[in-house]
Design a protein around this ligand. Sequence first.
Ligand code: SF4
Length: 310
Amino acid sequence: MRTIQELQASIARLKQESDVCILAHSYQSPDILEAADVTGDSYQLSVSARQSNCKRLLVCGVRFMAETAKLLNPDKDVFEANPEAGCPMAEQFTPEQILAEKAKYPDCAVVAYVNTTAAIKAVSDVCVTSSSALQIVKAMPQTDILFIPDCNLGAYVQAHCPEKRIHLVQGGCPYHGAITLEEVLAAKQAHPNALLLVHPECNPKISAMADFVGATSNIMRYAKESDAEEFLIGTEISIVMHLSMACPDKRFYPMASRLICPDMRVTTLADVERVLREIADGSAAAVTLPVAVSQGARHSLEQMLCYGNG
Ligand code: SF4
């Protein structure tokens, strides 16, 4: 069995030979993040995917992120480090279900969280990320908004944007959304001096009691820049580890120890190296999307990038 260092050395050589840019989501393991060219949350990966000069992109994350990279880079070959890595939230509705919901509110605009399949993006008007959702909804001309699929993020936007009528569907992240108020109160009691930093995919009652609510990258920035010394981290548990490594003088605790996304754990460093070998010998399967889906989904993503990230 090869060591992490041997795999990383092989990855560095293979990606240079095949002109591959590796994009890794912040929830990936440290050995993958070290081997990546770009790390960040969904929005940062989307933007970086477009700015890369490499001919090929390899995405370490979940399926919708690879689709997004392909949509924003139609001329590049995009590969997934592990095609088994999906996102239950992104895949919980069909386009037909969303169109049926839209029919109830004829004048509404459909706002899709970027954590959706390309097929869902294709029936939406604009995509948003957790950090841009509020700014984009406020800037949109429509008063009625059908916000999909995360009802917690949608409720957070509604709470801060009372001038809009936000219609929700009952979707969301099965991990962020499952954390209870009781668990958070217990964590606060155990660490009374810690600031509570949470992702808006959490229950709105938890967001309402937080010291800071934001996307993963914003939570990380806030924790690094804050003068506080202890933090309860209300997003995927890997961020606790990454922050602990980045800020050894500060203490980071998970808001709940079961806030783990199994899909984000599927990809290994060995997967990354294997796919790079397959890219080199021409046997790797690149991400493909139907033309009609691509056109509609790309439009929603382009709209998101036009509005900016706030
Ligand atoms: S943490 Fe939740 S939203 Fe993120 S990839 Fe996992 S299931 Fe999807």
